[in-house]
Design a protein around this ligand. Structure first.
Ligand code: ZN
Length: 191
């Protein structure tokens, strides 16, 4: 078990495109250790997810887990999910605006447009193939993590820079209305 240092925006590694992992590599102790480290680092930082490039490893692996997350209390639970070589694509035109944060962008949140319904294909940590439909806030969490594997940060997708806010100012000025917006959204799409 190891909690790794998280790279912050400005580190060029966060802008690199990560490479795919082979099944042989995935089965190696080194890659399994990296996955354990990602889980530990995500938990230690109260993240809803983390991608390998955020700890400086340029491979297409990310972890997601939401369980009464103090950073995102409005997010419905997502069981711990390890995605290896994920492919994510919208399955229709429906979009929504999320207010995202990122462990690599300290103390900043902003509004990002995301797909509501996505098809997510990936291997789990054992190399088993999965093909799933994810919706709503869960879909947006996976979109955020998959963006990291292509060197993209949520900052790149903020539609209006005036939506950017520190976490303290979010609490003070935006939290109430955004939480209500998300309550209605979750009630509508179910996740
Ligand atoms: Zn992030």
């Amino acid at each position: 078990m190891a909690v790794r240092d998280i790279l912050h925006v400005g580190n060029p590694l966060l802008r690199e495109i990560s490479r795919e992992v082979t099944r042989e590599e995935l089965a190696s102790p080194q890659m399994q250790q990296l996955i354990d480290d990602l889980i530990d680092t995500m938990h230690a930082a109260n993240g809803a997810g983390i991608a390998a490039p955020q700890v400086g490893e340029l491979v297409r692996i990310a972890t997601v887990e939401v369980n009464q997350n103090p950073r995102y209390p409005y997010k419905p639970p997502i069981p711990l999910t390890i995605v290896v070589n994920p492919i994510i694509e919208a399955i229709d035109d429906e979009q929504f605006q999320n207010m995202e944060g990122c462990l690599s962008v300290p103390n900043m949140r902003g509004r990002v447009t995301r797909w509501v319904n996505v098809r997510l294909r990936y291997w789990d940590r054992h190399g088993v193939e999965h093909d799933e439909v994810r919706r709503g806030l869960a879909a947006s969490t996976f979109q955020h993590e998959c963006d990291h594997l292509d060197g993209q940060l949520f900052l790149d997708k903020v539609d209006d820079p005036r939506s950017l806010t520190t976490w303290e100012m979010f609490e003070r000025f935006h939290k109430e209305s955004f939480f209500e917006e998300m309550r209605q959204f979750v009630a509508r799409v179910g996740s």
